[in-house]
Design a protein around this ligand. Structure first.
Ligand SMILES: NC(=O)c1ccc[n+]([C@@H]2O[C@H](COP(=O)([O-])OP(=O)(O)OC[C@H]3O[C@@H](n4cnc5c(N)ncnc54)[C@H](O)[C@@H]3O)[C@@H](O)[C@H]2O)c1
Length: 238
């Protein structure tokens, strides 16, 4: 894909299914990839962060700048989901934890890396939202905090894209449907129901999400600004 070879990229959540696949794809495209997570990523150049703790994200950026002098792209893929909690029973601790990682964490990532990109005058940011943000409400599992956090990621993506477009920084989002990753490990008993509701009758492979992320980061997507690409095997059609 045009414009990724030789670029410096950072991916949060890079020890997980989608983040790792994106990191691998960007490496294959010739990018230098820093893999940020609170677990140690198996690929790229791992750095430890907690996306809810701004100082750790600042430190990671500083480590990247010390090595490379710039950062061309970042993917915000770190995320968590609650395990089937009815809205009327949800504790505020659970609500806060999900919003903290999925929305505040994406904001921190975008702000820290975005400031550097604004100084450079160029950069591309891809946030991983979900079909659960603005397109569907998943059934049968109940996950209102997750869904609200992902709708927030979409609104944040559009807001940042609007504010930063004139200064060389593009911000876009991917909204995946079901992807076969460890995030869903507590929900295996629901897989058959999900597949029955998905026209393609399968989940996405993480590599399929990675291909879309690589595209949005690349120069081929230069006119994408505040877009959210939906990849859901047709789930939202029904
Ligand atoms: N798997 C799916 O079906 C699916 C669908 C739509 C969207 N998504 C989104 O894609 C993203 C990646 O999900 P995944 O399926 O690869 O999940 P995953 O659980 O495999 O990976 C998530 C990674 O995020 C990391 N992480 C969590 N909290 C963190 C924190 N505070 N600081 C740093 N790292 C942290 C975890 O250590 C893990 O490595 C998430 O934002 C998720 O909401 C996933």
């Amino acid at each position: 894909m045009r414009g990724l070879n030789g670029k410096v990229m950072a991916v949060t959540g890079a020890a997980g299914g989608i983040g790792e696949a994106i990191s691998l794809r960007l490496q294959e495209e010739g990018a230098t990839v820093y893999t940020l997570d609170y677990k140690t990523a198996a690929v790229g150049r791992p750095l430890t962060i907690d996306v809810t703790d701004r100082t750790t994200v600042d430190d990671a950026l500083n480590r990247i700048l010390a090595g490379e002098g710039r950062v061309d792209g970042v993917v915000a893929a770190a995320g968590v989901v609650e395990n089937d909690v009815a809205a009327e029973d949800m504790s505020l601790e659970t609500w806060d934890r999900i919003l903290d990682v999925n929305l505040r964490g994406v904001f921190i990532t975008c702000q820290v890396f975005g400031n550097q990109m604004l100084q450079q005058g160029h950069g591309s940011i891809v946030n991983i939202s979900s079909m659960s943000g603005n397109h569907v409400v998943n059934v049968p599992q109940k996950q209102c905090a997750y869904n609200a956090s992902k709708a927030g990621v979409t609104a944040l993506t559009k807001s940042l894209a609007s504010e930063w477009a004139g200064r060389g920084v593009r911000v876009n989002a991917l909204a995946p449907g079901y992807v076969a990753t460890p995030l869903l490990k507590e929900k295996k008993h629901q897989f058959a129901q999900w597949l029955a509701a998905t026209p393609q009758e399968r989940m996405a492979e993480p590599a399929e999400i990675a291909a879309a992320a690589a595209f949005l980061l690349s120069d081929e997507a230069a006119y994408f600004c505040g877009s959210e690409l939906l990849l859901d095997g047709g789930y939202s059609l029904r």
